[in-house]
Design a protein around this ligand. Structure first.
Ligand SMILES: Nc1nc2c(ncn2[C@@H]2O[C@H](COP(=O)(O)OP(=O)(O)OP(=O)(O)O)[C@@H](O)[C@H]2O)c(=O)[nH]1
Ligand SMILES: [Mg+2]
Length: 453
């Protein structure tokens, strides 16, 4: 970490201002070469943790932009290194020319996640916290945001350190049994109990791993049903825009159409699908196959039927199949109630909501129903943390190791072997927090970050 790095931290093209970050031992010297401050002040001499208005000077002594310099000397910065942040105007030409100037003055472009990596190597954050930063940036629901913020503040690291503490205590009992032979059996029981407790905790975390995708990515809501049932109309109503084509021709929607919106702290992806019916048209068949796949993948299915006509026996079979297969995630919508309802509709008794695209009040009711369903979904997710694949794999490895250790208790315990195995389990835990992780492992973690983070 002897070189000084630079990157743009804000996305290009949105908003009035952009933020550039320069971090490394030569941050001040480098910026001093290209900055001009009023009253002959020098970046190299201003006090740390101050903000200065000034200009960036380009080749030929031209002013590239008027900017603010934020000076943060080591170790009181995000990376723990000397850092200067520059707020300039958000124009791609300005940004490019400033970056070029800073590189000419001696910095190099940062790699993805390099600022966070430096913060980790300088012990400003641990690995779980660094990983939480990535989650934080990409959080698509309020729940994900809250959990990643808590993890950034160290909730996951704290949890792991408690597991580590229990293991270290088990190791201490194990080592003590070398000295106090009379108490060996008692120590053995204690160790066994400690390990079983850790396994229970790992299992709780493991159970929720799969459904965590919902917390992360938001909710997938698929609109499914017969041709002409009004799927695209409801899709457009929920979106409040005419995104999907609506006509009275059966089979209008041929492919899957996705659109997203934020509502009450969650990101909803609405998925309009092709109507389900028997057809010889190859394109339509492919569309229908995709509809079933979307139903499978979705967190919630809006199963829509047209109340103004009966279902054919073939359609009825498809509906009942979907209902049995996805019982818990289906909302059954009886659509077109503004038209006269056919008598004894097959699905009337199962209806969750009677609907009409012409009625704004019913739209609000449908949205409320969706929100209730989502709330139940989230209530089922008790996970205290958002785990990533790396952390999940390490937890699996730890669990397996603990089971291997417990198996040692089936025979006369050899405490030397037990001690060795416990140390291996501790090694896995320290990979979780990053206390001992290989360079290659670190690169894997940080390469998923964006440049500028
Ligand atoms: N009266 C009435 N007509 C509706 C309602 N919802 C949809 N329609 C009409 O029903 C027809 C089909 O609507 P779409 O939204 O295209 O139906 P779809 O389920 O997407 O149909 P496909 O894409 O062909 O599978 C259109 O003529 C709509 O205007 C409703 O609530 N009331
Ligand atoms: Mg449609």
């Amino acid at each position: 970490m002897t070189d000084t790095i630079i990157a743009l931290c804000t996305p290009i093209g949105t908003g009035a201002l952009a933020l550039l970050r320069v971090s490394g031992p030569d941050a001040r010297t480098i910026i001093n070469k290209i900055a001009q401050l009023p009253a002959k002040k020098q970046i190299s001499h201003v006090p740390s943790h101050t903000v200065h208005y000034g200009s960036i000077i380009g080749p030929d002594h031209t002013v590239l932009d008027h900017v603010l310099f934020i000076i943060m000397d080591a170790p009181r910065s995000f990376t723990g290194e000397h850092t200067i942040e520059i707020t300039c105007h958000n124009n791609p030409f300005i940004i490019e020319s400033i970056i070029n100037q800073i590189i000419t003055a001696g910095a190099r472009l940062a790699q993805p996640g390099e600022f966070s990596k430096r913060a980790f190597l300088n012990k400003k954050i641990d690995l779980a916290q660094a990983e939480a930063i990535k989650e934080l940036i990409h959080a698509n629901t309020q729940v994900a945001l809250k959990k990643s913020l808590a993890q950034l503040e160290g909730s996951f690291s704290h949890y792991i350190s408690l597991l580590e503490h229990d293991l270290i205590r088990a190791l201490a009992w194990c080592e003590a049994s070398f000295e106090f032979l009379d108490d060996e059996a008692e120590f053995g029981t204690q160790i066994k109990q400690a390990l079983e407790k850790i396994i229970t905790q790992i299992n709780t975390l493991k159970k929720t791993f799969d459904i965590q995708q919902q917390i992360r990515q938001g909710i997938r809501i698929a609109l499914v049903g017969s041709v002409n049932a009004g799927k695209s109309s409801i899709f457009n109503t929920l979106l409040n825009q005419k995104r999907s084509i609506v006509t009275n021709i059966a089979g209008t929607t041929r492919d899957v159409i996705e659109a997203g919106l934020y509502r009450n702290g969650n990101y909803w992806t609405l998925i309009d699908t092709a109507g389900l019916r028997h057809t010889d048209d190859i394109i339509e068949q492919e569309g229908i196959k995709r509809s079933f796949e979307e139903a499978q993948k979705a967190d919630i299915i809006l199963l829509i039927f047209d109340s103004s006509r009966q279902l054919t026996s073939e359609e009825y079979e498809i509906y009942t199949q979907l209902i049995t297969r996805h019982k818990n995630k289906i909302i059954i919508i009886k659509n077109k109630i503004d038209l006269s309802e056919t008598a004894h509709h097959q699905l009337s008794a199962l209806t969750d909501i009677a609907f009409s695209c012409t009625n704004q009040e019913l739209n609000t009711q449908l949205e409320n129903l969706l929100e209730q369903k989502i709330a139940t979904l989230f209530a089922d997710i008790q996970s205290p943390f958002l785990l990533n694949q790396r952390q999940f794999n390490l937890l699996l490895a730890l669990e397996q190791k603990l089971h291997e250790i417990l198996a040692l208790f089936n025979n006369t315990i050899q405490y030397e072997l037990l001690s060795y195995q416990l140390q291996e389990a501790l090694q896995i835990i320290s990979e979780l927090t990053g206390k001992s992780i290989s360079e290659a492992g670190l690169d894997m973690v940080f390469k998923e970050f964006c440049v500028g983070k």
